[in-house]
Design a protein around this ligand. Structure first.
Ligand code: MN3
Length: 248
């Protein structure tokens, strides 16, 4: 009995020693609060910006997107946008809002240019990686299928419209499937790293459901000038369940 009590108190003691730096760190944060009420978290949270992990390996999307393109696109291009966005955010007074609100506040001014280009690059690529995957593709199903049917008449009409927007986007940019404020789905395209959340900067705004990067860096190693082949290949990768989950 005595031995057991000793072991018990030794365990409590060692646990106490182990966690004490954590406790004292918390206590320091709460040092001005002595009312006994739990302290509310420090509002508002700063936007968390970090290069996301892909949910699959660089070669997982072969043969539709090759491993080398994926590696450069994610570890160089997306990493670059992420780093520059963090830096632009830190030197702005716009850190304490959601990225959606940030985009809505951006205008054509010079002071917003880096947030526009790099914030767009950060967000658009994240959405892009999350919209595709191995063993995906095919036709949409569920609510997104019904919404596509209602807005475009058929999946084929939608895919033709989307492919056309992606092919005709002059220079660098993105093709999008969006949901507007009335719930209707639309296909739009934007230049550079703009996106449909940037209300003051795009002709048609809405919630992005699906985005396709048609910058040459997204396909040139494998497809060279054959952008249409890359666009067709993309349809073998679309994760429709994920797109469905973005419906408002
Ligand atoms: Mn890109």
């Amino acid at each position: 009995m005595k031995k057991r009590e000793f072991l018990k108190s030794a365990a409590v003691l060692s646990a106490g020693v182990f966690i004490s730096p954590f406790i004292s760190a918390c206590e320091n944060n709460n040092s001005t609060e002595d009312s006994g009420k739990p302290k509310t978290p420090n509002p508002p949270e700063k936007m968390l910006v970090a290069l996301p992990e892909l949910g699959y390996s660089y070669d997982a999307l072969e043969p539709y997107i090759d491993a080398k393109t994926m590696e450069i696109h994610h570890s160089k291009h997306h990493a670059g946008y992420t780093k520059k966005f963090k830096s632009a955010l830190e030197s702005s007074d716009l850190q304490e809002m959601s990225i959606e609100s940030l985009f809505q506040s951006l205008d054509t001014s010079e002071q917003h240019l880096s947030l526009r280009n790099n914030g767009g690059g950060y967000y658009n690529h994240k959405l892009f990686w999350e919209s595709i995957g191995p063993d995906k593709g095919g036709e949409a199903s569920g609510n997104i299928q019904a919404a596509i049917q209602q807005s475009f008449g058929s999946f084929e009409n939608f895919s033709n419209k989307f492919k056309d927007a992606a092919a005709k986007r002059f220079g660098s940019g993105w093709a999008w499937l969006i949901q507007d404020a009335n719930g209707a789905l639309k296909v739009v395209d934007t230049p550079n790293q703009d996106n449909p959340l940037m209300h003051q900067l795009v002709e048609v705004n809405g919630q992005p459901l699906l985005g396709l990067d048609v910058w040459e860096h997204a396909y040139y190693l494998n497809y060279q000038n054959r952008r249409k082949e890359y666009i067709n290949a993309f349809f073998n990768l679309i994760d429709w369940e994920r797109v469905n989950s973005r419906l408002v």
